[in-house]
Design a protein around this ligand. Sequence first.
Ligand code: GUN
Length: 281
Amino acid sequence: MTAQILDSKQLAQQIRTELKQKIYDSQITPELAVIIVGNDPASEIYVRSKEKACQEVGIKVETYRLTQDISAEELKELIDLLNNDRNINGILVQLPLPKHINPQEILTRIKPEKDVDGFHPLNTGLIIQKQPAAFSPCTPKGILRLIHTVKQDLSGLNAVIIGRSQIVGLPVSHLLLNENCTVTIAHSKTKNLSEICKKADILIASVGKAEFITGEFIKPEAIVIDVGINRTSNGIKGDVKFAEAYEKAAYITPVPGGVGPMTIAMLLENTYEAFFKQNHS
Ligand code: GUN
């Protein structure tokens, strides 16, 4: 038996089409401000994809392209302006930021109700408390949505997350815990990683090491979500050795095309929700 591919492109497109209709029907124009600092080529590509997706569904997007040498103070001043601009519903600061800027300090400056990336500590806390008002970070929210297309009830499943980043690993662990999974977070200091992974009904790889997870890590019939995007001399590779995992898993995401489209779809959804949170509460 080989795995079924989890088609994130198709699901993301469906979500975008539905959202476009909802925005059109409600005769609103949500507005997103995107801030990108420096000229990291990967960040540029992500930001352009986000801009295009916003425009397609009827979300107005304003991008602020700032030079690498901008100070944290200047960046916070721009965030304050956007926080106080009633036309702006969502603010996204593309990561990573240059080394001289502490990302937590910047992300904490964004008003929680405009934090469509879900990185503000208040939103993190609301997720931990399982409060519906929270904005969930886009990649973790997209991963859950994707898993739910093939399995509704995750209660009691063993979920293993490899990687403890603020963007993916930690928030996805909270979302899975909220679904009553038994969650293990593995990281660079974890011992016996393959033994832990072998017990995973849901395996989420977010390590940033090309093809690090081989077939022997995979429990038969597992759901395998590969968040890795690693540029190698053989092209873009995930964290999972796809050909081997494909032979054992029940469901798997490919790379490229794995979860990226869902991240963008969830950003659009969060921005749409932000509009209503700000205008109807
Ligand atoms: N860099 C990598 N992923 C993300 C994301 O989801 N949001 C932002 N703002 N930056 C990122």
